[in-house]
Design a protein around this ligand. Structure first.
Ligand code: GLY
Length: 284
């Protein structure tokens, strides 16, 4: 049996210097003997850390609301929430969808109502940081700040649709424990974005894929990840060459559009990104 591995990332754009913190979070899994427990524990720690764009500290939509996405996956099973609001740990709700409902994905009000029924109390995930990012977004989109990053340009075309309003991205974890795989992801989304916009995180094959050959989770601009069915595409190549080579080639195919990925297979683990991305690893 190959070693147990838990690998975490803090999102495309997260400072590499956060890797020490992520390694501490990964070490917290040292007593966990189950891959699903390990990835959920890891992602919960990242959701509770306001430096990352998931759970507490999630970025706001253009209208100022916070809608979060999260998913968990093990071979043959998925739980996912889309646009959930006012809960502390979306990844835990995604797990409940997998374990307590006949469904795979719940969205919007239905996801939030389900969370309340499962005992998740009302929680405001906004922070001073997310408020500041949103204020900048409003400035850019209203033309009050001329140093506008390129990614806002598309939004200006639609500016009359909004009442006019850089963050890091998704957090995620993959694990192989006792030869069993699991993955988990959580995000506030990719700012700037409209209310109701859905990214890659809650969509199986896009921001997450786990099967009998391994686990893959992604971070970056959701629209680009969805177009490529990024995680399933990588998963299908597992075993054909080294995991590191597969990740590198698939990330490079994004031609500089910000993206990152972590993965475990039966005998390897790897991470690759075309931007800064904090990672943490525990193995035994
Ligand atoms: N990768 C997160 C998102 O695009 O929503």
């Amino acid at each position: 049996m190959n070693e147990d591995v838990v690998l975490l990332h803090g999102g495309a754009g997260s400072k590499d210097s956060f890797s020490e913190r992520l390694s501490k979070y990964a070490m917290e899994c040292s007593n966990i003997k189950d891959s699903l427990e390990a990835v959920i524990h890891s992602v919960r720690l990242l959701e509770d850390d306001p430096e990352f764009n998931a759970g507490t500290g999630s970025v706001k939509r253009i209208d100022g609301s916070i809608q979060m996405d999260a998913a968990v996956m093990i071979p043959g099973k998925l739980g996912s929430v889309i646009g959930i609001e006012r809960v502390k740990n979306p990844v835990e709700v995604a797990r409940m969808v997998m374990e307590k409902t006949p469904h795979l994905i719940l969205e919007g009000d239905g996801a939030t109502t389900f969370a309340r029924k499962m005992g998740f109390h009302d929680y405001d995930p906004s922070t001073e940081r997310s408020e500041n990012i949103w204020k900048k977004t409003v400035e850019y989109l209203s033309g009050k700040n001329e140093e506008m990053p390129k990614r806002y340009e598309n939004y200006l075309k639609f500016s009359d649709m909004f009442d006019i309003p850089k963050s890091t991205d998704t957090v995620g974890a993959v694990a192989r424990i006792d030869g069993k795989f699991a993955g988990a992801v959580s995000t506030g989304g990719a700012s700037p974005m409209m209310r109701g916009r859905v990214g890659d995180v809650p969509l199986p094959g896009c921001g997450i894929y786990v099967g009998e050959k391994g686990a893959v989770v992604a971070t970056g601009i959701g629209e680009e990840i969805i177009r490529r069915m990024f995680c399933h595409n990588i998963y299908m190549q597992i075993g054909k060459e080294s995991l590191r080579n597969i990740l590198e080639r698939e990330v490079e195919a994004f031609n500089g559009i910000e993206v990152g990925v972590i993965a475990v297979s039966g005998d390897e683990h790897a991470s690759f990104s075309n931007t800064s991305m904090a990672t943490g690893l525990f193995s035994r």
